[in-house]
Each structure stands twice: as C-alpha cells, then as structure tokens.
Design a protein around this ligand. Structure first.
Ligand code: PEP
Length: 253
C-alpha cells in the first residue's frame, strides 16, 4: 500500500540555530499530536541535513531529505553534492525537478532522468516534481505537459524502480503565491498522472506510487486537499517553516 507523506521544503531559509529550533519543536508536536502512519520528511538546505538528522535520532516518523543532487557521481563539480554523499550521510529522500530548479537552473527532463537514475542507484527516494505554469493551465495544456514531464523523466525506469519514486504535482502558479489549486483540480491531475502510470506500468504498480500535492498548502486548506483519493499527502514550502502550522498540516492527513 502506498505511503502517506507530508514533506516540508525549507528552500534556502533559516540559520542553523533556527533550523534546530524548528526541528526540536516539530519533534515534540508530532510526537504528541500526530496519529496514524503518515511519514514526515524535512527537506532542509544541504548544510543542515546532518544537524537536523542528529536531532531526529531514531525518530521513526520523521526523516530528512535534500532539495537536489548532482547528476554526476563524483569529481570536479565545484559546489555540487552527489547522491552518494547523501547516501553516506544517511539521507533517505531527495527532491528532484522542483519548478524553481527548472526555472532558475535550467533543469530539463534529460537532466532529471540522470538525477533520478543516480538517486535510485544510491538507494535514495526521489520526490520528483512536475507541474504546469499559469499560461499552460490557461491554454488548457496542463494535462499534456504534466504527462510529458512524468514520461520523459521517469518512463525509462523499470516497474520495480518507479515504485521507489514519489511524485509531487505542483502547479507552478500555486507555488509560493497563496493561490492553491482547488481540491477538485488537484484530484483531477493526480488521477490523470496515476492513469498515465497505469497505462505504462499497469494499475497495480500505479496504485503503489505516492502522489503528493504542492502549491500553497496551509493549515486551512490541507484537509480538503488530502481528502482526495489520489492525493497521498503534500509537498509544503512556506507553511513548513512554522512548527504549529506544519504540524496542523500533517494532522490533516
Ligand atoms: C514548494 O516549494 O514546493 C511549495 C509548494 O511551496 P509553497 O508551499 O510555499 O507554495
């Protein structure tokens, strides 16, 4: 059965001290208040992965995740972090293809294929992001574009490998804008992604893949979004930086 996951994407925010405070608050609130089997992932900036992981200790519910990794195995790539480094640090998750990486760092499907492969080869779980910009939604091209993004970056994988990937549908127009997709818009796109996976890999495989929604998720809208049958949790940016709000989001699943 596929997992319910709520992942926080901290992006390039917080000092080390603030990151540690947020983590400690979350550990307490989640232990006291979160029931059920939802997995929580804190996708911190690279320098905070180890300190945050150390604070988490053997916490069974909360893990850390990176926000990116290199497509290269090792070598002269100044400033980059490899999947094997993340593995060696005991980091289980990595976000790949976030719209900010696609937009500001020119990441495309070809590159994301390589990043996905190297992440999986190192035993990491990629949280693969897809989603359409506003103009594509307005021109009614969102379904086609998102299917293309998923297929170009992931459909070379075997049925066994793709079940190790988490997909995050994040309409670009909803990221950091306060403009959330409606619960119906989210469900429709998630069902389309799952149908596309089923057409390639069969229904049983598609049913095993967690598809998260991302885009201005907050404590007020999370319950309605997460109630959809094909929405298996969320990838949360801004609201994951506040312990009380992030905990309320996790409790909404
Ligand atoms: C994100 O960064 O993936 C995201 C969804 O951000 P926000 O929740 O702030 O829209």
């Amino acid at each position: 059965m596929r997992s319910k996951i709520v992942a926080g994407n901290w992006k390039m925010n917080k000092t080390l001290e603030e990151a540690q405070t947020l983590t400690s608050e979350l550990i307490g609130m989640i232990a006291d208040e979160v029931k059920g089997n939802v997995k929580v992932v804190l996708c911190t900036p690279f320098p905070y992965l180890v300190p945050v992981k150390n604070l988490l200790g053997s916490n069974a519910r909360i893990s850390v995740g990176a926000q990116n990794c290199s497509e290269h195995a090792s070598g002269a790539y100044t400033g980059e972090t490899s999947a094997s480094m993340l593995k060696s640090m005991g980091v289980p998750y990595v976000i790949l293809g976030h719209s900010e990486r696609r937009q500001y760092f020119g990441e495309d499907s070809k590159l994301l294929t390589k990043k996905t492969d190297i992440a999986l080869a190192n035993g990491l779980t990629p949280i693969f992001c897809c989603g359409e910009p506003l103009e594509v939604r307005e021109a009614n091209g969102h379904e086609q574009l998102v299917k293309k993004q998923v297929e170009e970056a992931l459909f070379h994988l075997s049925a066994e490998a793709i079940q190790k990937v988490v997909i995050a549908y994040e309409p670009v127009w909803a990221i950091g804008t306060g403009k959330t997709a409606t619960a119906q818009q989210a469900q429709d796109m998630h069902a389309i992604i799952r149908k596309h996976l089923a057409a390639k890999y069969g229904q049983a495989v598609a049913e095993e893949i967690s598809i998260l929604y991302g885009g201005s998720v907050n404590a007020a809208n999370a319950k309605e979004l997460f109630a959809n049958p094909d929405v298996d949790g969320g990838l949360v940016g801004g609201a994951s930086l506040k312990s009380r709000e992030f905990t309320e989001i996790i409790k909404s699943i």
